[in-house]
Structures are given as C-alpha cells and as structure tokens.
Write a protein that binds this ligand. Sequence first.
Ligand code: SAH
Length: 230
Amino acid sequence: MSSAPLQLSKTSSEYRIPRERMIERLRGHYGIRDTRVLDAMRAVPRHRFVPEALQGRAYGDHALPIAANQTISQPFIVACMTELLELDDRSRVLEIGAGSGYQTAVLAQLAAQVYAIERIGDLAREAQARIRQLGIYNATVKCFDGTLGWSAHSPYDAILVAAGGPEVPEPLLAQLKIDGRLVIPVGDTREAQRLVRVIRTDKGYTREDHGACAFVPLIGHYGWKSKAEG
Ligand code: SAH
C-alpha cells in the first residue's frame, strides 16, 4: 500500500487531530475500506480549502459553503466517490466541478494526472492556486463547461462529476476508456439525486446505483440550463 506523498507533509501537522478523527469516522462509521483513499485524505489539508472563518469546522461530518454559493462536499461523499473510481498511479482522471479544489487534491494523490474543470472563473483560479501552493503538480484546473468533457486529454480511466445533472452527459460517456469508471449524481431535483456509477465495457455501459446524495446543480449544455431548473 502506498503512503501519503511527501509533498504535503509540511502542512499535515496543522489540524492533525481533527483530521485523524475524520479518517477514523470514515473508516469506522462509514465503512470506507480502501486504505489508499484514507491515506490520501489524511495527506490533504482540508482546512486550506474552506473560507478562513470556517477552518475550525473543516474536518466535521458535513459539506461547507465556499465562494459563489457553492459547497465543498462532505468528507464521506469525497471518500465514497474516490473509492468508486478505483484509481491507481497510472490513472488519468477527469473531474467536473472542481469548486474549492479539495477533491482535485485528493484525486491527485492517487492518480497519475487529474484534469479538472470548474465553470466559475474565480473558483477555478483559486483552486488552481491552492493546489500549486500545496506542491501538487499533477493536477490542472481550467474554466469551461465540463458537461462537454475535455476531449484533448481523453480517453480517461475515471471521470468524477461533483454536481448533479438530469442525466449522464453523453460526451463524458464517449470520453471514458473501456473498463473506465464514471461517478455522477443524477436526479430530477436535488432531493431525488442518486449517486450513479457507469462502467464502460467492450459491449456498452453498465450502470449501478450507490444511494441517495444531494449536490449543487450541474449547469451546462448537457446539464441544467440555468440555476432555476436545478
Ligand atoms: N468537489 C468540490 C465540490 C464543488 S461543488 C469541492 O471539493 O470543493 C460543485 C461545483 O461544480 C461548483 O463549484 C459548480 O460551480 C461546479 N459546476 C457546476 N456545473 C458545472 C459545469 N457544467 N462544469 C464545470 N463545473 C460545474
């Protein structure tokens, strides 16, 4: 099993105890078994991805508000989605909805390369800057509509969508490798969202349901047309 990379070791002493409690809760209460995922979340300083006034709550069992009316996902959902992607150190990953960049940083611990998209320019710039400050160089955040995918770097071993759409966007299916995994919240309303995993096979796609979830809306060409519809 790989251990946490050295690049983040400087920041890992701050909030070490709350972060360790978060890991214990993910393992004990939520049943996250993948030690690589737990190590990645132990290595990433989550408090650096939330507004300063909320840093003391960064390791709690909840989502938190970030800028532009968006949220940083609850630690459990980050762990669960990451586990479902089944990454290894050769994986190329596409992430849609980078937000604070926290999930991006976790993915970057486990994969070879992470291509992240965020539709709100300020969030994309801040996420990219934070990731670089932490010494993470295998993740890029760009600002555009992620429902179109990012064909230049496709096909991907894994795709993670951190915002809820009405259906799985077609371009994302097309940009997945055979045996690739795509994890996305899907549902007509925020209350009715289900976490869906799609796996591409040589014959087509299989689709699994992984339970209820509640994400901010996926807004774009293959998502909701405006916030009002989400
Ligand atoms: N994983 C993030 C969670 C961010 S919330 C974190 O850990 O902080 C979801 C994000 O998806 C929001 O920032 C929102 O702006 C973004 N988003 C919504 N629709 C999008 C789209 N079509 N393309 C890219 N980003 C999108």
